[in-house]
Design a protein around this ligand. Structure first.
Ligand code: GLC
Length: 420
C-alpha cells in the first residue's frame, strides 16, 4: 500500500489549464484538461499506440517516445506557443514508491511491461529530462497512480465517492485514509501533515495480494500464466482476474481440451499456439454475442471451424472466466471497506473489464453482497459501483492543481526528508 501524497479532498471548485500523460495500459494518452470549477471540466486527448518493442525495450527509448508524443500534442494544442511552462500530472500506473507527490521509484513492472533500467529509479526526472531535451514547455508537478486519479476525479464531480477502482489491463484500488494512521510514515511526516485529520490517498496496489499464495486457490492455468510472465511470483491476484490475462486463460484451457481430443479435432490450430493470441475482448465478446458468434470469431481469427456443441461449451467457459474474475475482483474492494471502516459511498470504477465485460458490474455487486449480507435489492446496497470520471486525465489535472495550491500555501507535499 503506497501513500499517494494527495492530502486534500477536491472541492469541485478547482480551476486551471493542465496537461496529463496517461501511461499504464495498452496505449499512451496525452491529455489537455481545463478545470472550470463548479465540478465541471473540458478535456481533449490524443492516443498513441505503444509499440511492442518499446514495451520490452530500453529506458531511453521509452521516455523519448513519451516526450515525443507529448511534444506533438503540445504543438498541436498550443499553436500560438505557451507562456512559461505548463503543469503536467503524470499518471504512471505501476507500483511506484513515493516520498513526495512529484516523485516515484518504480518497484517493479506489472502487466507484461519489461523495460530495462527503470525498476529502482525515480521516473519523474527520467520523463522530465526527455521533455527538456525536446524543449517542450512542460513541468511534471505530480506523479499519480490511475486509481488515485480515478478517486480524485470522481470526487471532483461526485463528493460521496469513497474509492477509485480499476478493473482493466491490471486491477487496483485507492481510498483516502488519514496520514497519522499510516505506520510506515511514523516519524517521517512534517508537522503540517502529521496533525490529526489530514487525509492521505492510498494506492493499495492490491494486484500484488497473495503473492505468497496462502489465500487464493490457483488453477493450473493461473500457475502457467505466472510462470511464463516476465515477473513470476508477482501480482498473484491480478494475474487471476485482470484484463491482460483473461483471454490467455481461455486460450490455455482450449489448448488443453484440444490436446485431450475434446475440441477442434483434426484441425490446424497453429493460430492458437501463440501466447496472448486472444486478448480479453475474445471472452468478453463471446459472452456478449452468444454461441453463434463463436464460430464466426474462430473462423475469422484462427481459421478454425467450431461446431455447435463446441460453441456452447466455449460460450459457457467464457461466462465462467468472467464470473470468477468479477467475484474475485471484489475481494480487494471488500478489504478496503473492512480496513477503512467505511459504511457507505460510491465506488468509482473504470477499466476495460469493468466497461466491456458483460455482467461484470452485476456479478461484482452480487459478490459484495455475498460478503457483507446487506440483503434487499441491489440498488439499496450501501456501496454502489458507478462509471468513474477519467481518472488518468481529469484526476491527474485535479491532483496537479491541488499540489500547486498546497505549495503556494507553503504546505508540505512529502516526507520531512523529501526535497520539497
Ligand atoms: C497494476 C499496477 C497498478 C495499477 C493497476 C491498474 O496493478 O501495478 O499500479 O493501478 O495495474 O492499472
Amino acid at each position: 500500500m503506497i501513500p499517494g501524497w494527495v492530502m486534500d479532498y477536491p472541492t469541485g471548485s478547482e480551476t486551471g489549464e493542465y496537461l496529463a500523460i496517461d501511461f499504464g495500459g495498452t496505449n499512451l494518452r496525452t491529455v489537455r484538461v481545463t478545470l472550470l470549477g463548479d465540478s465541471k471540466f473540458t478535456f481533449k486527448f490524443d492516443k498513441f499506440e505503444i509499440p511492442a518493442d518499446i514495451r520490452v525495450g530500453k529506458s531511453d527509448d521509452l521516455w523519448e517516445f513519451m516526450a515525443a508524443s507529448l511534444d506533438t500534442f503540445v504543438k498541436q494544442e498550443f499553436k500560438d506557443g505557451v507562456e512559461g511552462k505548463l503543469p503536467l500530472g503524470f499518471t504512471f500506473s505501476y507500483p511506484a514508491s513515493q516520498d513526495a507527490i512529484n516523485e516515484g521509484v518504480l518497484q517493479r513492472w506489472t502487466k507484461g511491461l519489461d523495460v530495462d533500467d527503470v525498476e529502482g529509479h525515480d521516473v519523474v526526472p527520467l520523463l522530465q529530462k526527455a521533455i527538456d531535451d525536446k524543449k517542450t514547455p512542460v513541468t511534471v508537478v505530480a506523479l499519480i497512480n490511475d486509481t488515485t486519479g480515478t478517486l480524485v476525479a470522481s470526487k471532483y464531480t461526485h463528493p460521496d465517492t469513497v474509492m477509485g477502482l480499476i478493473f482493466g489491463t491490471g486491477v487496483n484500488g485507492a481510498y483516502y485514509d488519514y496520514a497519522s494512521a499510516i505506520p510506515k510514515l511514523e516519524g517521517k511526516l512534517p508537522e503540517d501533515i502529521a496533525i490529526e485529520g489530514t487525509p492521505m490517498a492510498i494506492n493499495c496496489e492490491y494486484g500484488a495480494f497473495d503473492n505468497e499464495h496462502v489465500s487464493l486457490p490457483r488453477t493450473k492455468y493461473d500457475i502457467q500464466i505466472d510462470n511464463e510472465s516476465p515477473r513470476p511470483g508477482q501480482q498473484a491476484y491480478e494475474k487471476m482476474i485482470a484484463g491482460y490475462y483473461l483471454g490467455e486463460v481461455l486460450r490455455l484451457i482450449l489448448l488443453e481440451w484440444y490436446g485431450e481430443g475434446l475440441v477442434f479435432e483434426g484441425q490446424d490450430i497453429s493460430g492458437l499456439q501463440t501466447a496472448f493470441a486472444m486478448d480479453t475482448s475474445y471472452p468478453s465478446r463471446i459472452e456478449e454475442n452468444g454461441e453463434n458468434f463463436v464460430s464466426t470469431l474462430f473462423k475469422e481469427s484462427f481459421n478454425i471451424d467450431v461446431n455447435e456443441i463446441e460453441a456452447n461449451l466455449i460460450h459457457d467457459l467464457c461466462a465462467l472466466i468472467g464470473t470468477r474474475a468479477s467475484r474475485l475482483s471484489i475481494c480487494g474492494v471488500a478489504a478496503i471497506i473492512k480496513k477503512s471502516g467505511l459504511t457507505s459511498g460510491k465506488l468509482a470504477a473504470d477499466g476495460s473489464v469493468f466497461n466491456k465485460y458483460p455482467k461484470f458490474k452485476e456479478r461484482a455487486t452480487t459478490g459484495l453482497n455475498d460478503i457483507f449480507n446487506w440483503g434487499g435489492e441491489p440498488d439499496t446496497y450501501p456501496f454502489q459501483f458507478f462509471h468513474a470520471e477519467d481518472g488518468s486525465g481529469v484526476g491527474a489535472a485535479v491532483i496537479a492543481c491541488l499540489t500547486e495550491k498546497r505549495i503556494a500555501a507553503g504546505k508540505s507535499v512529502g516526507t520531512i526528508q523529501s526535497k520539497l
